[in-house]
Design a protein around this ligand. Structure first.
Ligand code: ADP
Length: 444
């Protein structure tokens, strides 16, 4: 097992990793930008090192500074969390070259799954269903047009190097294709330094359903069932739950089996997520996230497996003790992402939190690094807390989420708590009629 882990992240996920390390008896090193000096991850880690100024590119994204911090503190592993460098093949490669264990997949797997056009091709070859579309990147708008004509509109252009919903354009007719191709390409180039686009059939009202994968370095791969993440705004998830209210036991087992098959095709040996779109009874692979996800707690709640501990143990080469046939779903779980933003206009609301009083009681978990007096910096993402509940049924979760949201008091900044409260009262939401279009309709 590792002696000391450096956490190359901040906020709630850095704390979440510290809690796991403490329970495993592993020392921790926090890194922070200069504005994050008063953060809880800095306070609760055994050691801390400043890695640069506020802008992420000069601190949390700066590989040389992170490696120097790991060497100075004599850490034997790095946990990248989510976001920042968690899906950087280069970072994983440099860690490997410096003899520091990277808690994630191999640099080769990260690179392969990070190129979404290649990932799709790989999954198709492994007989995982994918949406009809281009086989790899489409070089020109003319070729995209020819393909789309054969497939029928609407189609969607997506960045091969994509993430966070950037570089995506829905195209509804041939007349729109040239402009969309140019704009998506330019957006992809500026966001990822790679303008490659691929094309696929666009589904009007799919559900986003993903499968949690866990592997080890001894060839074992299991799935921990699915999460439904259809409540999104601009392709960013807002509410996640497990299990999905849409699946029968048979579909669930089929989907899990398919996800494991896909992960096995890339010799996956850690925690990861296979994302699918679900439409009219069919699943289509969309992408694989090769890291721990924001919404992992809902899976922890229904399986009683600590995913971060499992991920660390797998990275240390330990053999997994879970067997697929022993896993069962216990109840239901739901997560609301509490963001520092205007609940109606969705604009960021950075600033100092003056009151921060979190809900508790049976079945409630709050993952957060915020506190009264904490300053929400405009430099980083707006997630300030994850409110996670569990219950016997989905209806129990909704009631529990409502009472928890009502007693979650945040003052000094605006949050989207009022939006979540309204969603909990929405008839479609309560009935489980979800799709990625939910928020558009809801906002209208
Ligand atoms: P990113 O990595 O940028 O988050 P994804 O490929 O995961 O991009 O897609 C994000 C979201 O975009 C999905 O959850 C879904 O809402 C929407 N989306 C992506 N591809 C399609 C498609 N072919 N049809 C309909 N919606 C799609």
């Amino acid at each position: 097992m590792f002696r000391k882990i450096l956490i190359a992240n901040r906020g709630e996920i850095a704390l979440r990793i510290i809690w796991a390390c403490k329970e495993l008896g592993i020392k921790t090193v926090a890194v922070h930008s200069d504005v994050d000096i008063d953060s809880l991850h800095v306070r609760f880690a055994d050691e801390n090192i400043c890695i640069g100024p506020a802008p992420s590119r000069d601190s949390y994204l700066k590989i040389t500074n992170l490696i120097a911090a790991a060497e100075i503190s004599n850490a034997d592993a790095i946990h990248p969390g989510y976001g920042f460098l968690s899906e950087s093949a280069e970072f994983a490669q440099v860690c490997e070259a410096c003899n520091i264990a990277f808690i994630g997949p191999s640099p080769q797997t990260i690179a392969l799954m990070g190129n979404k056009a290649e990932a799709k091709r790989t999954m198709k070859a492994a007989r995982v269903p994918v949406l009809p579309g281009s086989d790899g990147p489409v070089p020109t708008a003319a070729e995209a047009k020819a393909l789309a004509a054969g497939m029928g509109y609407p189609v969607i252009l997506k960045a091969s190097a994509g993430g966070g919903g950037k570089g995506m354009r829905v195209v509804r007719s041939e007349g729109e294709l040239d402009t969309a191709f140019q704009m998506a390409g330019a957006e992809a180039t500026s966001a990822f330094g790679n303008g490659d686009l691929y094309l696929e059939k666009y589904l009007e009202e799919p559900r986003h359903i993903e499968v949690q994968i866990l592997g080890d370095k001894h060839g074992n791969i299991i799935h921990l069932f699915e999460r439904e993440c259809s409540i999104q705004r601009r392709h960013q998830k807002l509410i996640e739950e497990a299990p999905s209210p849409a699946l029968s036991a048979m579909q669930r087992s089929e989907l899990g089996h398919t996800a494991v098959k896909g992960a096995a095709a890339v010799n996956y040996f850690t925690a990861g997520t296979m994302e699918f779109l679900y439409d009219k009874g069919k699943f289509y692979f969309m992408e694989m996230n090769t890291r721990i996800q924001v919404e992992h707690p809902v899976t922890e709640n229904i399986t009683n497996i600590d995913l971060v501990k499992a991920q660390i143990m797998a990275a240390a080469g330990e053999k997994m003790t879970y067997r697929q046939k022993d896993l069962k779903i216990a109840g239901h779980s739901m997560e609301c992402r509490i963001n520092a933003e205007d609940p109606i206009r969705f604009t960021p609301s950075p600033g100092k939190i003056t009151t921060f009083s979190i809900p508790g009681g049976p079945g409630v978990r709050v993952d957060t690094a915020a506190y009264a007096g904490y300053f929400v910096s405009p430099h980083y993402d707006s997630l300030i807390a994850k409110l996670i509940v569990r219950g016997h049924t989905r209806a129990d979760c909704i009631m529990r989420m409502k009472r928890s949201l009502e007693s979650f008091v945040v003052e000094g900044i605006k949050t989207n708590i009022p939006m979540h409260l309204r969603i909990m009262d929405d008839e479609d939401f309560k009935a489980g009629n979800l799709s990625t279009k939910f928020m558009e309709r809801y906002q209208a």
